[in-house]
Design a protein around this ligand. Sequence first.
Ligand code: ZN
Length: 242
Amino acid sequence: MRYGIISDIHSNLEALHSVLNALSGQAIDRYVCVGDIVGYGADPVACVNLIRRLDPIIVIGNHDAACVGKADVFNFNAKARTAVEWTGTALDEQSLAYLETLKYIENDGKLFTLVHGTLHEPEVFSYMISIDQAQDSFGRLESAILFVGHTHVPGVFELRNGRIRYSYMNKMRLASNARYIVNAGSVGQPRDGDNRACYVVYDTVRRSVDIERVDYDIKTAERKILEAGLPEMLAYRLESGM
Ligand code: ZN
């Protein structure tokens, strides 16, 4: 089984098109989405529609949750809040209804689990950025792999022989005596200094997790953000990938 895993699309249709185009040639059996379809970018409805059509295993992100009244926008910074408010008015009823169905935690049997932020505090949307947090989430994890998003920085926590190590490996083979937290990065607003859209391919036969990058039409995504009257910084950060 091969899974195509995407996260943090953030209404960036150009990035989503590029990623789905890249994945269409990779014999993907099932799509997985780790949340935040919307927020920041200018194409929320088109992105929700594309994701829905994939029928993915999917969890809710903090921006998705804020748009349907499940997360408090006062926890957002000013620019993110502006984007959430703009997105709330841009979304149609069908898209809002879809976002409302999304849960905080999902899984594919015992194979893997999904959560946007951390498994120990799924409704708080904390960033999985420390060994302590990874430890708390491993403590709740009943499968071999947890996929997360939210930080927009791809990377892997590995728990082996009681020790947790964090690393960034773009091609990884899973050890049978270890468990993993894999951050799928961001399709629509990467923040690790690489401005290309990020996605992950998980192959259960090869036991491989590959973090991949693909170019997309950043200029068009930026222009649409500016034309929508969203904060300029949300456009320019796409160029820097930070
Ligand atoms: Zn996000």
